[in-house]
Design a protein around this ligand. Structure first.
Ligand code: ZN
Length: 242
């Protein structure tokens, strides 16, 4: 078994074609109900697996996914709800957010773990505040950020904090970049990138990964290719505020 499901719950079929986990004994608030395991993959490798298997997976970092096992296990059958009774305690562990009665389905809000589009769907949770469509951008909704404070996966929490710190370069920042670029392009770019990504402590490697989705381009930057560095500095300079 790659996944853990509490003995206080069991996985069941939900006809016509679905699965869920239900409390078979009362589950007190704070109980660990499930721990997700599997194969750790980056986005590109993750995308090569079948949709069904990917739907039994969890995102644990910007570019890191825990792929569910080939065959369904009890512990990877926890559905989404817009009014959940469970929450993440860390990237892969789920706890009861309140006391859960026998027969209740265990659910958590996928917005607290997933920030990409690999598992988007129309929601049928039936709760009063159902948002209809569950997407990889739901973590950006202010309402959810308010409701799920401290319940997001740690990497999502960092993304939320970063989004609050993001700003354009000021004229002064741009001057700093230009004045220092020739002497130390790496250091000057790190300074500017930390501002535009809202990640004040991020390394060069992380910053490049944030701003360049293209792998080949990333490798050029990591290899300190002069024309790629020049172009990045130019792009940053063009994005400044007046
Ligand atoms: Zn819903």
């Amino acid at each position: 078994m790659r996944n853990y499901l509490s003995p206080l719950a069991e996985a069941r079929d939900i006809p016509p074609k679905g699965f869920g986990s239900f409390a078979v004994d009362p589950i007190p608030m704070g109980t660990v109900v499930a721990t997700f395991g599997g194969t750790i993959l980056n986005r590109i490798d993750f995308e090569t697996y079948p949709l069904e298997q990917r739907s039994r997976s969890i995102q644990i970092d910007v570019n890191q996914f825990v792929l569910g096992p080939e065959l369904r296990e009890p512990g990877d059958s926890i559905n989404h709800s817009c009014s959940p009774n469970c929450q993440l305690r860390n990237a892969t562990q789920l706890i009861a957010m309140r006391d859960i009665a026998v027969g209740e389905e265990l659910t958590y809000d996928y917005a607290t773990s997933d920030t990409s589009d690999y598992d988007e769907f129309d929601c049928a949770c039936g709760s009063d505040n159902c948002r209809g469509r569950v997407s990889g951008n739901d973590w950006t909704l202010p309402d959810l950020q308010n409701r799920y404070q401290n319940m997001f996966s740690p990497y999502v929490q960092r993304k939320i904090q970063a989004a609050q710190l993001v700003r354009a370069l000021t004229k002064r920042d741009a001057e700093h970049l230009i004045n220092n670029f020739d002497d130390n392009p790496h250091q000057a770019l790190v300074h500017a990138l930390r501002i535009v990504t809202g990640m004040p402590n991020a390394s060069w490697k992380t910053l490049v990964a944030q701003v360049s989705p293209d792998l080949e381009h990333r490798e050029l930057l990591y290899g300190a290719d002069q024309s790629s560095l020049d172009k990045l500095a130019q792009q940053l300079n063009e994005r400044r505020t007046l």
